[in-house]
Design a protein around this ligand. Structure first.
Ligand SMILES: NC(=[NH2+])NCCC[C@H](N)C(=O)O
Ligand SMILES: [Mn+2]
Ligand SMILES: [Mn+2]
Length: 316
């Protein structure tokens, strides 16, 4: 039986490329979308019955040559280009949703999460967010040590400590409520982020919970936390580093002790089964950090598989 998508009954999707690396210092993550598309991703999604199109909102803008490793007066790096890139992605995600299509944004680093999540919420304010990641990405410019903006998108969308934001981020709609976000896969959370998670009582399932309860129960608890009646649209923001680096080596902030590949794919399958998927990101694939050809293949294949599972591929 094929899955019914409540918010996308006509099964139309836009694959949105976000070839951008300015949210973190390492080069190569901007090549993620190209590798994923070259692996045949669009065909894989259309084979599942989706009417697909591909959008390139960043066009050929050269962000790489203007990227810098200097923190600004607010303690973060590259605010101008991150903001500019996010604005373009935000408008594309909103346009796709407005046209009745499921936006599937492929990165690129996770700084674009503030663009996609805020767009999903503008389209439907009931949307809840499943953030699958080793990291919480909820630093504010005041709490971040690294100054890397891919570690901050969730604070921007929630409007946590807005006085600390560079003016470039004033446009981001602060439209995500604290009870609408849930994490799975966490295992490297900064102290300032832990304080934020506690202060706002944000639902979070770390690898400890995955080991303790099993992934099936954890996904159920996660959906219960943000979508108890299973009626709200789901934005799935998937950082490939949630999966253990032994399966997904080519990513910029690897953390040992992650999800098995099957656990990682199960999350996407279960979101698909809920029928509530409305929009999605797959980010942080960095082919340049591979040490071997096999590393590239493993990582790109995992990114494609995450997308296929969320878009309705079943094992039988
Ligand atoms: N999207 C990611 N991979 N984020 C990693 C963030 C790491 C760290 N918490 C930081 O703020 O820099
Ligand atoms: Mn991460
Ligand atoms: Mn992330």
């Amino acid at each position: 039986m094929s899955i019914q998508y409540k918010f996308h009954p006509n099964k139309k999707a836009t694959i949105i490329t976000a070839p951008f690396s300015g949210g973190q210092p390492k080069g190569g993550v901007e090549l993620g979308p190209e590798y994923i598309l070259n692996a045949g991703f669009e065909k894989q999604i259309s084979s599942l019955g989706w009417d697909t199109e591909v959008a390139h909102p960043l066009d050929k803008t050269d962000y790489e040559s203007v990227k810098s490793d200097e923190k600004d007066a607010y303690g973060v790096k590259n605010s101008k280009i991150v903001s500019e890139c996010c604005k373009k992605i935000h408008h594309q995600v909103k346009a796709s949703l407005g046209a009745g299509r499921l936006p599937l944004t492929i990165g690129g680093d996770h700084s674009i999460g503030s663009a996609t999540v805020s767009a999903a919420l503008e389209h439907n304010p009931d949307t809840c967010v499943l953030w699958i990641d080793a990291h919480a990405d909820i630093n504010t410019p005041a709490t971040t040590d690294s100054g890397n903006l891919h570690g901050c998108p969730m604070s921007f969308v929630m409007g946590i400590d807005p006085e600390s934001y560079p003016p470039e981020f004033e446009w981001i709609p602060q439209n995500l409520k604290h009870n609408k976000l849930v994490y799975i896969g966490l295992r490297d959370v900064d102290d300032g982020e832990k304080a934020i998670l506690r202060k706002y009582n944000i639902a979070a399932y770390s690898m400890y919970h995955v080991d303790k309860y099993g992934i099936g129960k954890v996904v159920e608890m996660a959906l219960d936390a943000v979508n108890p009646d299973r009626k709200f649209p789901v934005h799935l923001s998937y950082d490939v580093d949630a999966i253990d680096p032994s399966f997904v080596p080519a990513t910029g902030t690897r953390v040992e002790g992650g999800l098995s590949l099957r656990e990682g794919l199960f999350i996407a399958e279960e979101v698909a089964q809920s029928g509530l998927l409305s929009s999605m990101d797959i980010v942080e694939t960095n082919p340049m950090l591979a040490e071997t050809e096999e590393h590239i293949l493993d990582t790109v294949s995992a990114a494609c598989a995450i997308g296929r599972c969320a878009m309705g591929q079943t094992l039988l």
